[in-house]
Design a protein around this ligand. Sequence first.
Ligand SMILES: [Mn+2]
Length: 310
Amino acid sequence: MKERLTMDCGALYLSKGKSENFQGDDAHFVCAAKGTIGVADGVGGWWSRNVDPGKYARQLMQNCVEAIKDRAGEKDIDPKTVLLKAYNETKLEGSSTACILTLKNNHLHAANLGDSGFLVIREGEVVYKSPIQQYEFNHPYQLGKNIPDWKKIEELKVPVKLGDIIVMGTDGLLDNLRPSDIKAIVNNHLSQKEEEQCTERGEEQSKKKEVDPEAIAEEILQFAYTASTDGNAFTPFAEASFTAGTEHFRMGGKRDDITVIVARVCRASHSSTLLLKDDHCSAVKLIPGKATDAYPPPDISCAEGGVILF
Ligand SMILES: [Mn+2]
C-alpha cells in the first residue's frame, strides 16, 4: 500500500498597496486539515470603475473555504467542484484569477484559471510548472460575474513524492521570478538547513530545524519583491512583454501584490502539530501588515539583463 502523504504549508502575502488599499488585490487560504491551498488575484482593471477587485478575490477564497468545510464528511476534495461552487456564490462586482490545489492519493489535483499557478520542485529540480491561461499578454482568463471564462477552468493532475516542495503564487510571484530562480532559493534554503543540522549535535536540536515552509515562502517573497522593484531585471514579465511585441516591451519587474504559498509533501503520520491540531479550515489568511516600506528588500546584487541569485 502506498504511503499516505500530506502537506505542511506556509503562506505569506505582501500587498503593494499603502493605507488606502491596504489589503491589495490578492487573497489566499490554507486548509491544512484537508491538504488544500488556494490563491486568487483580483483583476486590477476594476479600480478604474471604482470597484475594489481585492474584495472579489477575498470573497472567492472565503467561499472556497466554506465549500471545503461543507464537504467535511467526504474523503476527497475536488478542486474544480470547490472553485465552481465558490464562484457561483461570489456575487460581488469584480473578477479574479484563481488556482486551488489539493493533495490526494499521492497526486496534486488542481483547478486553475488565469496567471496564478504553482510549480513542483523534486530533489533540487523543477519537475512541473502549471500552464498560464490568458487571452493575450497581461490579460488572463478570470472568474467574474457575467464572464464566461469559468468554462475554461483547467484541471491538472501531477504525481508527487515525499519531500517534494510545491510553490504556489499569484503573478506577483510568477512574473517576477523564473522557476529556476525559485528553485535556486529553495535549494539554497534547504542546503543551509542541512548544514545547520550537521553542525548541531543531538536529536532535539535537529528536530527543531526541520524545514519550515513559511521561512522558504518568506525568502521567495523577498526575492520576488526585489525583482519587482528592479527596473533593469529581465524578469518573466519583461520576457513576456518582449514576446508580445515592441509596443509592450519594457525591462524590469512588475510591481504587484505578491502571494507565496510553500507546501512540503510529508508523511501523513509525520505532519507537524500545527497541521494536526487544525481540524478545521482556517479562514482566508491575509497578512496585510507587511506594507512594502516596512519590509526592506534583501541586499542582492542585480546585473543588467537578469537577477543574480546566489
Ligand atoms: Mn497580480
